[in-house]
Design a protein. Structure first.
Length: 124
């Protein structure tokens, strides 16, 4: 799902947290809560109050999953790119200590400013 070599990602759109909660809450720590969820084709990203979790469905059936946990405490900086007139997609770039840049690309209907505020509230 996340290609750490070129820091690119499939375009994500908002999804109902109920779609992914049953799967992802199994790896939560006590008291962790979902704040926002976004889904690509089979993969999805969950923003919690502690971290960002990227879930990559693997194989033909998608039953095998890779969970990548990216704690907010390791974010050194971040950048958002809003949608334009012709380019409706938005982007969130996150620079993680020891990892480098991770880019999340969103469909145009995502409120990237709210997502920026969510990240800022946990990083700053």
């Amino acid at each position: 799902m996340i290609d750490f070599n070129n820091a690119s990602f499939v375009k994500l759109g908002p999804c109902d947290p109920g779609e992914v909660a049953r799967d992802v809450t199994q790896i939560f720590i006590h008291g962790e809560n979902i704040l926002a969820t976004f889904k690509g084709i089979r993969d999805y990203v969950v923003f919690t109050d502690k971290r960002l979790i990227a879930v990559n469905a693997q194989g033909m059936t998608g039953k095998k999953r890779d969970y990548t946990s990216l704690p907010y405490s390791k974010i050194q900086s971040f950048s958002v790119e809003t949608a334009g007139t012709f380019d409706l997609d938005t982007e969130l770039d996150l620079w993680f200590s020891g990892l480098g840049k991770v880019r999340l690309e969103f469909k145009g209907n995502v409120d990237i400013r709210s997502l920026s505020q969510l990240i800022a509230s946990h990083v700053l």
